[in-house]
Design a protein around this ligand. Sequence first.
Ligand code: BG6
Length: 487
Amino acid sequence: MAYIIPMIPFEMLVFGGAGDLSMRKLMPALFHLHCDNRLPIHGKVYCLGRENLSKEDFIQSIFDMHQPLFAEQKEKVDSFFERIHYIQFEALNIESYKKIKTILSSDTELARIFYLATPSSLFGPISQNISLADLMTKKSRVVVEKPLGHDLASFQKINNLICDVFQESQIYRIDHYLGKETVQNLMALRFTNTLFESMWNRSYISHVQITVAETIGIEGRHQFYDQSGALRDMVQNHLLQLLCLVAMEPPSNAEANTIRDEKLRVLKALRPIKDQDVITHVVRAQYKQGNIQDVNVKGYLEEQNIPQTSTTETFIALKTYIDNWRWAGIPFYLRTGKRLHNRYSEIVIQFKKVPHLIYPSSVGIIEENRLVIRLQPDEGIKFKLMSKTPGPGMNLVPVYLNLNFAETFNERYPDAYERLIMDVVRGIPTLFMRKDEVEEAWKWTENILNAWQELSPPLKTYPAGTWGPTSSIALIERDGFTWHEDI
Ligand code: BG6
């Protein structure tokens, strides 16, 4: 069933319009929204880029990149491309802004969205120029993409420049993981079912695992990636946001700030990994040449434009704790990496052993309950229970209650950007990060970065196509647990 939402007139300016994010993520998301009739008829998208391209060339490159998608709904393609415009643009030149002002609508009721899909070093100058050229309307919003800085100080610097022009309520800081259907379902699961809340704590849960595994490498993003690494690129934002949603207290309502307040409390309670703890609680590694699903792939140091001496981590696994009443003493294991064996993201809630066994060991090994929330692909929820096999005697085996969203709802899963774009248009900030959340996440991350710098722990390696270095397996096995890898 289609969503029923009011159509809000808007125009969107995509800075970095011919760049990777715009081409790979925003254009297909807008096409889906267009096909689902969720965009108002006159909603226009201006892609602003440095390249000197004609509208036809620009459209052709979008078309070439997403041919199978456009082939699915041929009849919608022409009307979609009528919305899309390309304008050659210099982000640091005020004349470019004056030029677009003459093209934009004079309707001040229109939501005007400035989508900054550029390096974050341009966020400040672009915001200033938007203001100088008087492009703001009373319904203006600015969307900024990660990386939001390199550390706390650089985040604050960038943020202050944006805040000189836009108010906090107009700033939409994207963490696209929050727009994923299954991530929102995690909240629905926790807060609309009585079943889980009473057990969602240290008395019943033994530990939590969050894995975001990717098979892709750095995809031509050498410059950005080599200066970031997995900790900054994935943990500081996506994995910490997932951790917050798993660990937060039930909010009293679904208002943006109520939810953000609860997430912030989790980040504040997150135990810093400092000094020597970085050696025992964190594993960092880089991929070497290997084989993924029968394809040979290069090692990180062989990737184009990566310095031979690079020590950037493409994999990280860590153990952390949340120092509050609910989670005291319960480890949270996080891991993410590129060029791993399989692409999948999931959250595993591992319950404790039953307190007392009434059966002899001959009935089978009694495994603990386990809730697996699969974020992608094959989105769904599995719950492991013990069950008796049919027949005489008593023989117990683990079985799964399996909710596969695709089969259950028989609907296409919208990409995170589809939802996030619509939320910006409608002015709903719930799935975007507030300034203090980003700051707190950077503070926590900086402890690890500082300890790495001070102690230079060894950088491990792993062959592409594996699950990472053996020390990441040891990290969890030392505590008597194993990573869940049910592919
Ligand atoms: C981005 C990271 O934020 O998330 C990328 O910069 C990563 O390195 C991507 O590949 C993963 O997103 P998804 O939606 O494909 O899991």
